[in-house]
Design a binder for this molecule. Structure first.
Ligand SMILES: CC(C)=CCC/C(C)=C/CC/C(C)=C/CC/C(C)=C/COP(=O)(O)OP(=O)(O)O
Ligand SMILES: O=P(O)(O)OC[C@@H](O)CO
Ligand SMILES: [Mg+2]
Length: 240
């Protein structure tokens, strides 16, 4: 079964999906075995690997190490073309539709085609929507774009809908890694109501309460990076 069919099947069966984000720049290779064993024992269903700025080659080494210790699907979540590696199972082929920088809407995608053609990666076209949360995020800085205002819900909904109409298979609502506040439940539910494709939500989720709130509002897959980076027992606490 493809990664995408599995995501859709899980939604039909009301299963909650959870991805752990591993940032190759913040992860020493010799710590990966321990990290992945903790992830295997947790409720996580996917591993995402990526960052806004990652040294060339770092992603490949990290994914190779992760794959040694898990059978969970490993998806690239790349900030740039250099992060593409055939060692992963799939790639979130992100188009930054909240912004108006052509490089992040289509440019890097064109650039990546010859590299992707040499891989077996499952490509998942994803409308990536950055929403402001009070401080500048790495994505904002690197892409030189402005996030959508969180007070204009209709504009966020229309952006997600436009992505779906363009044929994107996933929509990702992003508050930014380490965001001070996660995406508000009202925004998640408004977007969910207009979509019939899976919805990913991430950024700033640091507690079981916030995680539950995201699912309750309609997130199909939640991404957690910082909370696990800073406390590897975070997923243990989710079981309680
Ligand atoms: C098409 C290909 C292969 C690449 C371009 C993909 C696009 C358009 C990306 C969108 C913009 C972008 C820079 C996304 C990065 C997403 C990401 C992995 C965020 C994770 O958090 P960080 O931004 O690394 O936060 P920290 O640096 O604080 O850890
Ligand atoms: O690091 P956190 O804040 O959990 O964010 C995860 C992810 O959505 C960032 O791209
Ligand atoms: Mg990073």
């Amino acid at each position: 079964m493809t990664i995408y069919s599995h995501i859709k099947k899980s939604i039909v069966e009301s299963e909650r999906l959870l991805a752990v984000l591993i940032d190759p720049d913040k992860t020493e290779l010799d710590t990966i075995e321990g990290i992945v064993r903790k992830i295997n024992q947790s409720v996580a269903t996917h591993i995402f690997v990526g960052g806004s700025e990652v040294d060339e080659g770092a992603t490949e080494a990290v994914v190779q190490a992760i794959k040694r210790y898990t059978t969970l699907p490993v998806m690239l979540f790349p900030g740039d073309v250099t992060q593409i590696t055939d060692e992963a199972d799939g790639i979130l082929f992100l188009s930054l539709i909240s912004g108006r920088n052509p490089d992040y809407l289509i440019g890097k995608h064109v650039e990546s085609v010859s590299k992707l053609a040499k891989t077996q990666l499952e490509v998942l076209p994803t409308g990536y929507i950055l929403i402001e949360n009070g401080k500048q995020t790495a994505v904002e800085r690197v892409s030189n774009t402005k996030p959508l205002s969180r007070s204009n819900k209709q504009h966020i909904v229309d952006t997600a809908k436009a992505g779906a109409l363009l044929g994107m298979q996933l929509i990702y609502l992003e508050a930014g890694s380490g965001a001070t506040h996660p995406i508000e439940p009202e925004i998640i539910s408004a977007v969910k109501d207009t979509l019939n494709i899976p919805l990913i939500v991430g950024g700033g989720i640091r507690s079981k309460t916030e995680l539950e709130a995201a699912y309750k509002a309609g997130a199909d897959l939640v991404v957690i990076g910082t909370a696990f980076e800073t406390n590897q027992l975070f997923f243990e606490q989710l079981k309680l």
